[in-house]
Design a protein around this ligand. Structure first.
Ligand SMILES: NC(=O)c1ccc[n+]([C@@H]2O[C@H](COP(=O)([O-])OP(=O)(O)OC[C@H]3O[C@@H](n4cnc5c(N)ncnc54)[C@H](OP(=O)(O)O)[C@@H]3O)[C@@H](O)[C@H]2O)c1
Length: 343
């Protein structure tokens, strides 16, 4: 199977590189600046388990022209959600009919969008549970734990068998809707992390940031209950327990959660990278998705709406770094949902 990563950035270079290191036929499609970086430095990959892989520039095929899609059997789509429609048009134009597109993107609607725009291709939803950081030229690191997860399908089964237990291994599941919403609960912290200006570890050590995160989760869980969607357990803690653990007092959180769930001190969310680069973020596909779910149900989602607004303000040029206390007061001030939950 000839695999092409479409939108080679943090996830594309890490997952594509891990699959290349595992012996799969992987090439890359991305921007000229990424091509220059990878061709100058190769791929240096590492993870929190101590795995490393070095792939020399001569062993990497990196294209910037969409025609590269013509030779692929499988596309690993790793553009941000705001780039899905544009990427789908390129795929529709160049990828052979019947070929497979696997969305490795965060959010709950990308696969649906791809299916609508690519009726002649097979679309498979996948989920990346871990955080990947760009450490410097040619260097990417998986900074947290978890297995890449995809819908169980003929193609993903063949890929999972080819990768085996090597890094980048693929876990297959039947209910991807639950998995995608389970992951979205964690992604509700992306905006908080970006607004904090801190690494994920520095941010989550402060309870007021965690209070906001916990309230955003509680609000989402209530809406998912109403919608009849059961979010899957991603990682060590199930969705129902998650806000209690996240919102717990510092002593408990640091001595229990942070002891079990290791967080790399260098890890930052991908929205923080968008802030740093002055790019539009994926907030509409994360917290914004909760606001839209509330609207469909005739409800409100004030916590996620307030967080979405702050990110939008930043996108428009309001570059405020929010302290934990200011963020809590702004987002949760007087909000009964979060207060009623004890956070
Ligand atoms: N980073 C993480 O730790 C992480 C973890 C789990 C899931 N995810 C999810 O994975 C997805 C990718 O995130 P990421 O952090 O890897 O993003 P990223 O580093 O920004 O990589 C995406 C790359 O694709 C390029 N691109 C966009 N449209 C393209 C197109 N049509 N053709 C070629 N290249 C294109 C982008 O260039 P421009 O910037 O110039 O558009 C960028 O270089 C997102 O949905 C994210 O939420 C990320």
């Amino acid at each position: 199977m000839r695999i092409i990563v479409h939108g080679a950035g943090a996830i594309g270079c890490y997952v594509g590189g891990a699959w290349l290191a595992a012996g799969l036929d992987v090439s890359f499609l991305g921007r000229a600046r990424m091509k220059a970086e990878v061709e100058a430095h190769g791929l240096h990959l590492s993870d929190v388990d101590g795995w490393t892989a070095e792939i020399a520039p001569a062993d990497i095929s990196f294209a910037t022209g969409q025609a590269a899609l013509r030779k692929a059997d499988v596309v690993l789509l790793t553009v941000k959600s705001i780039g899905t429609e544009a990427a789908a048009k390129e795929i529709g134009r160049h990828l052979p009919k019947g070929a497979t597109v696997i969305s490795l993107q965060n959010g709950v609607t990308n696969a649906e969008t791809l299916r609508r725009l690519l009726p002649k291709h097979r679309v498979v939803q996948a989920m990346v549970p871990y955080n990947v950081v760009h450490l410097g030229p040619g260097r990417w690191r998986r900074a947290t734990f978890g297995d890449l997860t995809a819908a169980d399908d003929e193609v993903t089964r063949a890929l999972a068998a080819a990768i085996g237990e090597k890094p980048g291994r693929l876990k297959l599941v039947a209910d991807m809707e639950g998995v995608a919403w389970g992951k979205l609960l964690f992604n509700l912290n992306n905006a908080i992390n970006a607004l904090s200006g801190l690494t994920i570890l520095e941010e989550v050590k402060q309870r007021d940031y965690r209070r906001v995160f916990a309230a955003a989760i509680v609000e989402t869980l209530d809406l998912l209950d109403l919608a009849g969607i059961a979010p899957a357990k991603i990682g060590l803690i199930g969705p129902r327990l998650l806000p209690h653990v996240i919102g717990a007092p510092d002593f408990l959180f640091r001595n229990f959660f942070l002891k079990v769930q290791k967080i790399d001190p260098q890890g930052r969310g991908s929205m923080a990278a968008d802030f740093a680069a002055g790019r539009r973020t994926e907030v509409d596909y994360l917290n914004g998705e909760v606001v839209r779910l509330a609207e469909r149900l005739g409800r409100k989602a004030p916590v996620n709406a307030a967080i979405t607004d702050l990110v939008k303000q930043h996108e428009l040029g309001v570059e405020r770094v929010w302290s934990a206390r200011d963020l809590r007061e702004h987002v949760l001030g007087g909000h009964k949902g979060a207060a009623g939950f004890g956070y």
